[in-house]
Design a binder for this molecule. Structure first.
Ligand code: GUN
Length: 291
């Protein structure tokens, strides 16, 4: 019998972001028109990693577009830990600052954990502070959920993709995406498997997944034969290969099998930034009298 070729649904994060950012902008304009100050986000960048600079610029532009005040603190790469902690203490104390984001990775001489611990959990719009990670474990709603997991959750739910009872396989157990994402998926009642660098045979897991999410940064790691027919595939990877941006997923192969798939670029990336705007607005509501 001839194989019927069906096009997968494209999980378009750019389009959904546009919709969500319009709503955010309306809400922000509403507060300002009522006489409140605008929400604000302080972004701290240490050093001059080119990829981090691009991410930070994107975040700032997105803030400005929706009326969130964005403050950039760009410190030299030889900044001492004490200097960075002093800046964070000032931002913690500043009542006009709602959210604080320290772009990762930090230069190797600065211990990431110490920096994250120094951020006021109520301003931790990245959701990386143990208090917020703990709230994710405990399913306490007033914490901050890390931006990429939150963005993926919004994208899947917008497209009506059911997580409850689904076999979800997350490839990559990193601090920024894989680990908090697996906790959020458990919150949504999915059956979650997490693969990582020590997993013996990743494809043994990926082939069983109803929903496959890859967050490794290894270009084209996920090939067609590793994906179940009819699966939903979410690609978190952003890698530069010969001046092209590519994901973890070999899109051309995998699109033949997937029911739905995220593009790179234009899938998870914009949703991460949108989630950051939502978290900043949440911090603003939490830290001001607006409920
Ligand atoms: N570096 C890569 N992704 C992120 C993120 O979501 N937040 C921060 N702070 N740094 C990152």
């Amino acid at each position: 019998m001839e194989k019927v070729l069906k096009k997968p649904i494209i999980l378009d994060g750019k389009a959904l972001s546009l919709q969500l950012r319009q709503k955010i902008e309306q809400e922000v304009r509403g507060y300002v028109s009522m006489g409140h100050r605008a929400p604000s986000l302080a972004v701290v960048l240490v050093g001059d990693d080119p990829a981090s600079q691009v991410y930070v610029e994107n975040k700032q532009k997105a803030c400005q577009k929706v009326g969130i005040r964005s403050l950039l603190y760009h410190l030299p790469k030889n900044t001492r830990l004490e200097e960075l902690l002093e800046l964070i203490a000032q931002l913690n104390a500043d009542q006009e600052v709602d959210g604080i984001l320290v772009q990762l990775p930090l230069p190797p001489h600065i211990p990431q954990q110490e920096v994250i611990l120094s951020i006021d959990p109520k301003k931790d719009v990245d959701g990386f502070h143990p208090e917020n990670m703990g709230k994710l474990v405990a399913r306490i709603e007033d914490g901050f959920i890390p931006c990429t997991p939150l963005g993926i959750d919004l994208l899947l739910s917008h497209h009506g993709i059911e997580l409850k009872g689904a076999d979800v396989v997350v490839v990559g157990a990193g601090f920024i995406v894989g680990r908090p994402l697996s906790l959020l998926l458990l919150w949504r009642d999915a059956t979650v498997s997490v693969c990582h660098i020590h997993t013996k045979d990743i494809s043994e897991y990926t082939r069983r997944a109803d929903i496959l999410i890859s967050a490794t940064g290894v270009p084209h790691l996920i090939k067609g034969h590793m994906v179940k027919e009819g699966a939903v595939v979410v690609d978190v990877g952003i890698s530069r290969v010969r001046d092209r941006i590519v994901g973890d997923v070999d899109f051309e192969e995998v699109k033949e099998k997937a029911y739905a798939i995220t593009p790179v670029p234009g899938g998870v990336g914009p949703m991460t930034v949108t989630a950051l705007l939502m978290n900043t607005l949440k911090a603003y509501r939490l830290n001001s009298s607006i409920k």
